[in-house]
Design a protein around this ligand. Structure first.
Ligand code: GLA
Length: 394
């Protein structure tokens, strides 16, 4: 695996290595980094066997790790005060470990369940990504640990295999019914590219996503309204889609083409389920259109599709929020080419595609809109397509 040791990363790694000495003793066997993600387009499509198009962020989770002589998982998080938690082998059962430690423990559980020879592991974790903020902090944590375990125990697993391990851990061990997008983004994304992933076949393609040469920036507007996937709204959307697929007698909503949408909607009596289907089918079509435009070097033309995605998520899928709508409306009013919520919704982050020369203006307009609406001041930063998970020190 490529080892990366830029000065910036070294500076981030140093405190984690020191904390490893305090919590575990000695030096870690290595340090692994896994990024969070933002999704350019393709929202709530991954559990419908559809298409997604995420990029990796520079921010994410670092894991310093070493094998242990026993079969326990020791985990310490610098965001949680650094106090080490030990999870013995007999506690490694689905839904028994609660809180953040369920994510690293779940990875070890999922690897062992799949028959891999994974012993005990000590982990010290450090993240620079808001927890529960919609940038996939949980997938970053899982993927840093999964990659560490794969290297430490010399597992013959591909990146896509590891993404499936992470997804299985989150679904079954932690108990949150997320799809495959986030761990795939964290593990498979490459610098300067968006990951076009078919979540049915798991085939993926790296699509050049070069904002700089088009004079564009992608602003992330973190509304700081925490989203909670475990509270039922996400699972409820997923169930509605499964119900619709049953009514339409297709394996998944991915199998409904845009040209067949009207006929499909006529077969569904429930107006809420009809709206959910309309979102998923139109969203899949929008992903393909965006991929086509990017392939033709027309990154500046994707804006209206991003905004259409937001409208569909707001009106048909009903997963936006007052804060996300405020962010999108403010960015568009300040001249953004397109803007949308990104991730599961119900809070979290929006993205806006803007001319780089407009960064300060769009930021100021968005901040003052939030102030006028008496919303918490958003955190706004520009994102570019960063590399996926990797080992950062040997
Ligand atoms: C969350 C889930 C993903 C995906 C998105 C919505 O981020 O973890 O699997 O379903 O929501 O697109």
């Amino acid at each position: 695996m490529e080892a990366e040791a830029s000065d910036e990363l070294r500076a981030r790694v140093q405190p984690v290595v020191e904390a490893f000495g305090d919590a575990v003793g000695g030096l870690p066997a290595g340090c692994w980094a896994a990024p969070g993600r933002i999704n350019i387009i393709g929202e709530h499509t991954d559990y419908n066997d559809g298409y997604v198009l995420p990029i990796a962020l520079r921010r994410g989770v670092l894991a310093a790790a070493a094998k242990r002589a026993d079969r326990a998982v020791l985990a310490s998080s610098l965001q949680k005060g650094g106090m080490p938690l030990t999870i013995d082998e007999d506690q490694l059962h689905p839904k028994r470990v609660t809180g953040w430690a369920a994510y690293p423990a779940g990875i070890v559980w999922a690897l062992r369940r799949a028959g891999h020879d994974v012993g005990g592991v000590s982990l010290v974790l450090d993240g620079d990504i808001a927890i529960g903020g919609g940038l996939s902090s949980s997938a970053a944590l899982e993927c840093a640990v999964a990659l560490a375990c794969a290297d430490l125990f010399s597992l013959a697993l591909s990146r896509q295999d590891l993404a499936q391990v992470a997804c299985g851990a989150e679904n079954e061990f932690v108990g949150v019914p997320v799809g495959i997008m986030d761990p795939s983004a964290s593990l498979l994304c490459q610098r300067g590219h968006a990951l076009f992933l078919d979540t049915r076949t798991l085939e993926s393609e790296q699509i050049p996503f070069d904002l700089d040469s088009a004079g564009l920036s992608l602003l992330v507007i973190d509304t700081r309204a925490a989203h909670r996937l475990a509270d039922g709204a996400y699972a409820n959307r997923r169930e509605a889609c499964e119900e619709a697929a049953r009514i339409l007698n297709v394996p998944a909503l991915r199998d409904v083409q845009l040209t067949d949408l009207d006929a499909a909607l006529e077969q569904i009596a429930d107006p809420t389920i009809r709206r959910r289907v309309r979102h998923v089918v139109t969203e899949n079509a929008r992903v393909l259109e965006v991929v086509d435009l990017l392939g033709r070097g027309l990154i500046d033309a994707i804006g209206p599709l991003l905004t259409a995605s937001h409208e569909s998520l707001r009106d048909d899928y009903e997963v936006s929020s007052r804060e996300l709508d405020a962010a999108v409306d403010a960015a568009l009013s300040a001249g953004a080419l397109g803007a949308r919520m990104t991730g599961a919704g119900f809070g979290g982050c929006a993205i806006a595609l803007i001319a780089t020369s407009a960064v300060a203006h769009v930021t100021a307009v968005t901040e003052s809109a939030f102030e006028r609406l008496r919303l918490t001041r958003p955190r706004i930063f520009a994102a570019s397509a960063a590399p996926g998970a990797r080992r950062v020190i040997e």
